[in-house]
Design a protein around this ligand. Structure first.
Ligand code: C2E
Ligand code: CA
Ligand code: CA
Length: 849
């Protein structure tokens, strides 16, 4: 704040001084008497302006100068007595200033300062001593000397004071400081000037004005001597400045040195600490004895110093690491290597293992003879432990702690390699899959599922030897590597033992569970190259075990492999088949049991494979479901069936138009746009929806009752009939049955087949028929193979039937023949359609035409 004010004051001050200067000039001009203005004065002006103001003294440290013209000025005061001196001062200062600055303001200021100072000097002297010119005529009187001193003093004080103030204000520095530092010393110039002026006055007084001219060279010489002196002073001060700078730098340097040395000291301490605490250090004799050991090594290994120095490092090294250690020591001593680093284990005094990173180098004596080894030993037990944990996590299942697939594969690779080298070495892999795990997980929650898996893994481990590896592959899939077994029988026996053990009920949180497992076994004698292959085969065998009725084990054989490969090929072929339309419907008539009249057909998919012939749906429908191919396949079946039956409806006019029943798979049933797709096809084929029956198996219906109900309603809304397929096998609750908008119940084939021999089946069929009648639903019995079936069913008032008794599923041509023959027959006599009268043979599950 103060600084700001100071700077603001600079300009007013300068203007004030200039104004004063002008005032002084005006006042002086008014008083000028021209009697003093003569040749001498002009000479003065000339000398002063030409020489005096040119010979300037630089003020060290500031941009200021003092000219020698002061001497001439004071001389003029003494000679001319005042007013003219003020004018001279103005002229002189003007010329001097022009030379040192271009600023008009500063020129005016400088001139004003000199005018003022001279004016003040003149008037001080005049007031004190009266006429100045008289003063000089009496020689060096005490009055004259005082006057000289006063002249110098006033001149000096005013000049230096005003200029110091101006400079200080402009450069924003304290006035006093500025004056003291930069102007104090200039007093010499003034007093010397005053003395010289006094001396010259006396000379002029005695010898005339030309004596003054003679003094000029003397003054010049004095002046030059003086400036040289000043230059030296300046140089000295510059040097001092440099020195000062150096001193500052030096002190910084010293401080830095100090800091460094402190840091060094600290690090030394740190090092000492480190030596004692962090790393173990030791000097070891060529024979391996600990010669000198530090605190930290003793702590690390659990020994006192004197105990440890009695021992050899070999004796406390873990036996498994000793070999590598000694081999390195040997190489070191033979100069094969300059040093070595080794991760090894020491045995702690208490017996446990200490993992260390050991760095060994050696010291030789003057004769290059081995003197000592230097051991640097770092405890890395924690790191090793962490590494172990990471390693463990990478190779183990988090839930059960069992080895995971990666670790199993690793061990399998080793076994595979071993079996290649040693023909007597045999191993087997058991692939285990729980049969009902999904039920437990879904019904009791994942938490319980997890508990079951943990308990299961424990049981599996209990059944095998330590050398075997029990691994969890994921979900409820486990695999066991049976290492080094005598024969395949041993593997089967283990599987049996496992199944026995798993059959025991599990009790978890008070709940009792019964579970079984299906196990596939792959035996090493099959000759494996890769671990994945053996796992894959065990998996295939497991599937076979499941297919064969679950809760059993199956030993892998090559035919399974071919089967598995076939399945893979089949999938690829099926994809092409769907695209090329190789899938077509066969039609099995649904008849009125009493008369045998064909009321409609069930469309059953067949695959005409160019290489394999006709393939049964049992062999490709599940595959199509799995791969999603069922969607396009199902729609294609629907289209073809509607097209075909529409033709027959036109050709064979009946009281009730022929119906067509088309099977819908679970996956299709869950398609959001199913209804839309069906509508499109009905529209395309011009088929009346009332004559279309969509068959949905009971199990699909029951899978998700809520969403099923919604879909059924949508389907109903477009006018199609709905048929519940394989009824009696899906444990439907009757209340659901009631709420679902089904029109037809298809009694599962198994009940019909067993009706003749099994009373229970008969009563089930009876119940279904009664129930259906009550719920106003149509019943169709499947699998009517014999006349006996038909009689029993009609006795139970079951109206419709479907089965080999009437016809096997027929391709369109043969089905049409059947319709034609029926028409002929009905047109003739008799009441029954002949059983398969067409050239159609069944070979296993494959059909040939
Ligand atoms: P499903 O719907 O229960 O079809 C009836 C099955 O019983 C047919 O087998 C048929 O040939 C057979 N069958 C008919 N009468 C008798 C008989 O008297 N005795 C015996 N033992 N069997 C008889 P198919 O044609 O092999 O079809 C098997 C299953 O494949 C069908 O069972 C059905 O679930 C499925 N399927 C067939 N075509 C399609 C289709 O286009 N879409 C869908 N999603 N599934 C289909
Ligand atoms: Ca069906
Ligand atoms: Ca069925």
């Amino acid at each position: 704040m103060e600084q700001k004010i100071r700077k603001q004051l600079a300009k007013p001050f300068i203007f004030l001084i200039i104004s004063l200067g002008i005032l002084v000039c005006l006042q002086t001009s008014y008083r000028l008497t021209f009697q003093d203005f003569d040749f001498r004065f002009l000479l003065f002006v000339f000398v002063t302006v030409v020489f005096g103001s040119r010979i300037v003294v630089q003020i060290p440290g500031v941009k200021g100068q003092v000219s020698i013209s002061d001497t001439f000025l004071m001389l003029s005061i003494l000679i001319f007595g005042g007013e003219w001196s003020v004018i001279l001062a103005g002229i002189d200062a003007l010329f001097s200033s022009i030379r040192i600055t271009k600023s008009p303001l500063l020129i005016a200021f400088n001139s004003s300062v000199f005018v003022i100072s001279t004016y003040l000097t003149v008037w001080t002297l005049k007031l004190l001593f009266g006429s100045l010119t008289d003063l000089a005529h009496h020689g060096f009187t005490s009055e004259f000397v005082i006057a000289l001193c006063l002249m110098g003093l006033v001149q000096y004080l005013t000049n230096s004071g005003l200029i110091a103030t101006g400079v200080a204000l402009r450069s924003n520095k304290p006035v006093w400081k500025m004056w003291r530092e930069n102007f104090l010393w200039t007093s010499i110039t003034y007093f010397a000037g005053a003395s010289a002026a006094g001396f010259i006055t006396q000379l002029i007084d005695k010898f005339g004005i030309f004596a003054f001219l003679a003094t000029v060279p003397i003054i010049a010489v004095v002046y030059f001597t003086y400036t040289t002196y000043l230059k030296n002073v300046e140089a000295a001060s510059a040097q001092a400045e440099i020195a000062e700078k150096h001193i500052v730098e030096l002190s910084h340097h010293i401080a830095e040195q100090d800091r460094i040395s402190r840091a060094l000291k600290e690090s030394e301490e740190y090092f000492r600490n480190a030596f004692d605490n962090a790393a173990g250090m030791a000097l070891v004799s060529p024979g391996g004895q600990w010669l000198e050991v530090n605190e930290s090594l003793c702590k690390m290994l659990g020994y006192e110093k004197q105990e440890l120095t009695k021992k050899h490092f070999q004796s406390i090294t873990h036996p498994n690491d000793l070999g590598t250690d000694l081999a390195n020591i040997y190489k070191l001593s033979e100069d094969i290597i300059p040093s070595y680093q080794l991760e090894k284990r020491y045995l702690h005094k208490k017996g446990h293992v200490v993992w260390v990173l050991q760095n060994v180098s050696l010291i030789r004596d003057e004769k290059a003879k081995l003197k000592q080894y230097v051991f640097q030993i770092q405890d890395i037990t924690d790191r090793k432990r962490a590494e172990d944990q990471i390693h463990y996590a990478a190779f183990h299942d988090a839930l059960t702690g069992l080895p995971n697939r990666t670790l199993l594969s690793d061990r399998l690779s080793m076994s595979v390699e071993r079996s290649k080298r040693n023909i007597n070495y045999q191993f087997a892999v058991l692939f285990i899959d729980l049969d009902r795990f999904k039920v437990v997980n879904d019904s009791l929650g994942h938490n319980m599922g997890d508990k079951l898996l943990v308990e299961l893994s424990r049981r599996l481990q209990d059944c095998v030897r330590k050398v075997d590896t029990v691994a969890r592959l994921g979900g409820d899939e486990f695999a066991i590597l049976l290492d080094d077994i005598t024969d395949a029988k041993a593997a089967s026996e283990t599987a049996e033992r496992l199944q026995e053990k798993l059959r025991e009920p599990f009790t978890l949180d008070g709940h009792k569970f019964h579970t079984t497992a299906s196990i596939g076994i792959a035996y090493s004698r099959t000759g494996y190259e890769k671990p994945e292959d053996i796992l894959r085969d065990a998996d295939t065998a497991m599937y076979k075990a499941k297919a064969n009725g679950k809760a059993r084990h199956e030993l892998f054989n090559i035919s399974m492999h071919t089967h598995a490969i076939e399945a893979l090929e089949l999938e690829n072929e099926l994809r092409v088949a769907v695209e090329r339309g190789e899938i077509f419907p066969c039609f099995q008539p649904i008849v009125l049991l009493k008369t045998g009249e064909i009321t409609g057909f069930e469309a059953l998919a067949r695959w005409n494979n160019p290489r394999r012939g006709i393939i049964s749906p049992a062999d490709f429908i599940p595959l199509a479901e799995e791969t999603g191919l069922i969607i396009p396949l199902g729609l294609s079946m629907l289209r073809q069936s509607c097209q075909q039956v529409y033709k027959w409806q036109q050709k064979f006019i009946k009281e009730q138009p022929l119906t067509v029943s088309v099977n819908l798979s679970g996956k299709q049933f869950r398609q959001a746009d199913l209804v839309e797709q069906i509508e499109i096809i009905l529209h395309e084929t011009n088929f009346n929806p009332n004559n279309l029956r969509l068959e949905i198996t009971e199990s699909v219906v029951m899978e998700n009752a809520a969403s099923t109900s919604d879909m059924l309603k949508q389907l109903k809304s477009i006018g199609v009939q709905l048929s519940i397929d394989d009824f009696g096998t899906g444990y439907s609750s009757l209340s659901y049955l009631h709420s679902f908008p089904f029109d037809i119940l298809k009694v599962d084939r198994s009940f019909v087949t067993h009706m003749a021999i099994d009373k229970e089946s008969r009563s089930i069929v009876k119940t279904i028929v009664t129930l259906a009648a009550e719920l106003d639903k149509v019943v169709v019995a499947e699998g009517v193979e014999f006349e006996e079936h038909r009689t029993l069913l009609t006795d139970l008032s079951c109206e419709y039937g479907q089965g080999f008794l009437f016809s096997k599923p027929l391709d369109a041509v043969n089905a049409e023949r059947l319709l034609v023959s029926e028409l002929d027959f009905l047109g003739g006599k008799g009441n029954r359609v002949p059983t398969t009268s067409v050239d159609f043979e069944q070979v296993g599950s494959f059909y040939t035409m």
